[in-house]
Design a protein around this ligand. Structure first.
Ligand SMILES: Nc1ncnc2c1ncn2[C@@H]1O[C@H](COP(=O)(O)OP(=O)(O)OP(=O)(O)O)[C@@H](O)[C@H]1O
Ligand SMILES: [Mg+2]
Length: 280
């Protein structure tokens, strides 16, 4: 476990349409290539990811075939025209999965296709489609913890961590009496045990339209905070009070940001893959 890279907790903030979901997806495009993260779990309440696979929901074999072709194309363009162009060529984000039973079936198909010695092989990224409500994603979050060394990508993070604690749709994680949603934020460093009892890291990629929409725990505990275009005095007050060195310098830089421009106001900017479409 200790030979794995550090846990990453990343929060992306920007007004509607500033490009958060695209930027966060590009961050996960890099994460799926890193040793630390075996699988990115995207909780796709707004149905924004892998939209090209929607006709094949429920047909896991067809999805796998399309995704393997996509991967092959990425690899061949990477070889011929370089890493950046290769990553830009990716068309799909991962299989569209509705239940843990489907996930397990996909892992079985993926293992066979990759000629793995193990009966189940987790894909680099999986797109969970469990409907519009945060509460419906409990089993997916539990699976991410049971698997271990995963990243939870939660577009519209307020659906799980709204500002007021009593509004959180779930705190207990199904089948995991040792864990709560609060733990994922406050203690994920190396304390989360997978289904084999080994300590693993659960990484987080979170996003919101404003700081105020999220519970304090979230912005206080994320080690990397990335800002895009912000509006409103309160947002800039928070940047001045809680980030930077207390001078106006950081606020002035944030004020100048346009859509699709980002700076890390806490921590260091993580690797971000090239923009390849997406978002709404
Ligand atoms: N780096 C980029 N270059 C060009 N266009 C982009 C870039 N990032 C996002 N876009 C475009 O901007 C639009 C908004 O992107 P996105 O959906 O990611 O924004 P958002 O901040 O997540 O919005 P919302 O708060 O409504 O969820 C999309 O149409 C997307 O195609
Ligand atoms: Mg979005």
């Amino acid at each position: 476990m200790s030979d794995r890279p550090d846990r990453q907790t990343i929060l992306v903030i920007g007004v509607p349409g500033s490009g958060k979901t695209a930027e966060a997806t590009q961050i996960t495009d890099e994460m799926i290539l890193e040793d630390g993260v075996d699988t990115v779990y995207a909780l796709d309440t707004l149905e924004q990811l892998s939209v090209g696979l929607e006709p094949y929901i429920g047909d896991l074999e067809q999805q796998l075939e399309i995704l393997m072709d996509d991967e092959q194309r990425v690899n061949s363009i990477w070889r011929d025209r370089g890493r950046e162009e290769g990553l830009r060529a990716r068309q799909h984000d991962g299989p569209l999965i509705r239940t843990t039973a489907e996930y397990s079936e996909y892992c079985e198909l993926f293992a066979a296709a990759q000629k793995s010695k193990k009966p189940l092989l987790a894909p680099p990224r999986v797109i969970w489609r469990c409907g519009p409500l945060g509460a419906s994603y409990g089993p997916a979050i539990a699976e991410a913890c049971d698997q271990g060394h995963t990243a939870l990508f939660m577009p519209e993070t307020r659906l799980w961590y709204p500002n007021f604690r009593h509004e959180w749709p779930i705190n207990e994680i199904p089948g995991r009496p040792d864990l709560t949603m609060e733990h994922l934020i406050t203690m994920g460093r190396a304390h989360i045990r997978n289904r084999h009892g080994q300590r693993t890291k659960i990484h987080l990629v979170l996003e919101a339209q404003s700081f105020m929409m999220l519970h304090n725990y979230v912005r206080n505990n994320c080690e990397i905070v990335i800002c895009g275009r912000l509006e409103g005095g309160e947002a800039f007050d928070i940047v001045r009070r809680e980030f930077g060195d207390g001078t106006r310098e950081l606020v002035d830089r944030v004020r100048k940001l346009e859509n699709h421009e980002w700076i890390a106001v806490r921590g260091k900017m993580p690797p971000v893959g090239p923009y390849r479409g997406g978002g709404r």
